[in-house]
Ligand binder design. Structure first.
Ligand code: TXA
Ligand code: MG
Length: 341
């Protein structure tokens, strides 16, 4: 078993991470969305170690993180005008663009596809590690495959202790859900995974419609191929079984009150609602405020496990703006179990 060091952010720990990147040792680090596990995008053997550490299916490609425009051109064959507009508007930040890949990217990163996902993170630690090593890094979220993404270093440690050598502790992630993934391969951009950068944000900059993959809010059909391979796997799931109850707080209260006093049954609700609900509660942000919900969601799912929740009834978020990202993650955590009240 590997000994896992958990280090605060200092010049020394950043130097160590940059050295790991150059020599092909995987490690975890903070980004503004969630924590990631990094390896040089040019080092196929190191990238394989990421898949091993996470228990990740090999056909699910990784996102490459850059910190200057030269790196974008090194990793791709072609960058459209639309892609440049989005880069200018949203980088550094939580937006990943799918673009035609160059030969230089390790095959393991792209999992057999002819494209590569690229983003320029705004987190200063991620940027420093890239600039110091001179290497763009491939990084998935730093959870075991299938678990909620980690938004702090302790949650990474929980999943990855003994599986990698170093975790840089940069405190809590600001955004809390993973980047928006948009495919820029065809004329009409397609959102494959919603995030903090919304459809409206993208359309505002491009001045044209952006499509939403139907897999965002629906289960894939039998035998259907996923545009974004990650969407076909069970995701973000705590141990507890979750059911989303869509409707007013009043109807929610009425529905859950029949479980009063039963052990292991919890509510996942919005802040301020706990006092009026008859079950133990964990909260995730404020009603109608997608950003605060996104910030809390994954930590709250892990908190429910820590409390020993067996069955959870969740207040349903809206499905527009940033809330669409929250609903997309919660829906998968709930294995698509939704009750309309
Ligand atoms: O915010 C984030 O994006 C975080 C942080 C660490 O940057 N990373 C992250 O990576 O969420 P991961 O591996 O957990 O999710 C990557 C998603 C998957 O759904 C994957 O299928 C999709 O992006 N993806 C990556 N490359 C792709 C490609 N070439 N074509 C289509 N989808 C791709
Ligand atoms: Mg992930």
């Amino acid at each position: 078993m590997i000994e896992t060091k958990l280090l605060p952010i200092t010049q020394e720990s950043i130097d160590l991470a940059a050295e790991y990147l150059r020599k092909g040792t995987i490690f975890a680090l903070p980004t503004e969305t969630v924590y990631g596990i990094a390896a040089s995008a040019y080092n196929g053997e190191a990238v394989k170690d990421i898949f091993r550490a996470k228990g990740r299916p090999q056909d699910n490609p990784l996102i490459v993180h850059i910190a200057k425009m030269d790196m974008l051109y090194d990793l791709t064959r072609e960058v459209s005008e639309d892609a440049l507009k989005l880069a200018k508007a949203f980088w550094p930040g939580p937006l990943t663009m799918i673009l035609p890949r160059s030969e230089k990217v390790a095959d393991e990163v792209c999992a057999g596809l002819d494209t590569v996902g690229i983003r320029w993170p705004s987190h200063p630690v991620a940027q420093k590690v890239i600039l110091e090593s001179g290497l763009p890094f491939a990084a998935p979220s730093a959870n075991l495959s299938g678990s909620p993404s980690p938004t702090n270093a302790q949650d990474v440690y929980q999943d990855m202790n003994g599986r990698l050598a170093l975790i840089l502790d940069g405190g809590e992630s600001d955004v809390g859900v993973e980047s928006t993934v948009v495919s820029m391969v065809e004329d009409t951009p397609v959102i494959l995974r919603p995030g903090y950068v919304t459809k409206e944000d993208l359309e505002g900059v491009l001045g044209k419609p952006v499509a939403l993959s139907h897999a965002i809010l629906e289960k894939l059909g039998e035998g259907e191929t996923a545009r974004s391979p990650g969407m076909k796997y069970k995701h973000y799931a705590p141990k507890a079984q979750i059911t989303i109850l869509q409707g007013s707080l009043e109807k929610f209260r009425e529905y859950v009150s029949k479980f009063e006093g039963q052990p292991g049954i919890f509510c996942l609700c919005f802040e301020g609602e706990e006092a009026s609900l008859p079950l133990p509660c964990v909260t995730y942000g404020q009603e109608g405020d997608g950003a605060s919900q996104a910030h809390d969601l994954f930590r709250s799912l892990r908190h429910l496990d820590e409390e020993g929740a067996v069955k959870v009834y969740a207040r349903g978020p809206k499905q527009d703006g940033v809330s669409m990202a929250v609903y997309n993650r919660l829906l998968r955590a709930a294995a698509f179990q939704v009750v309309e009240l």
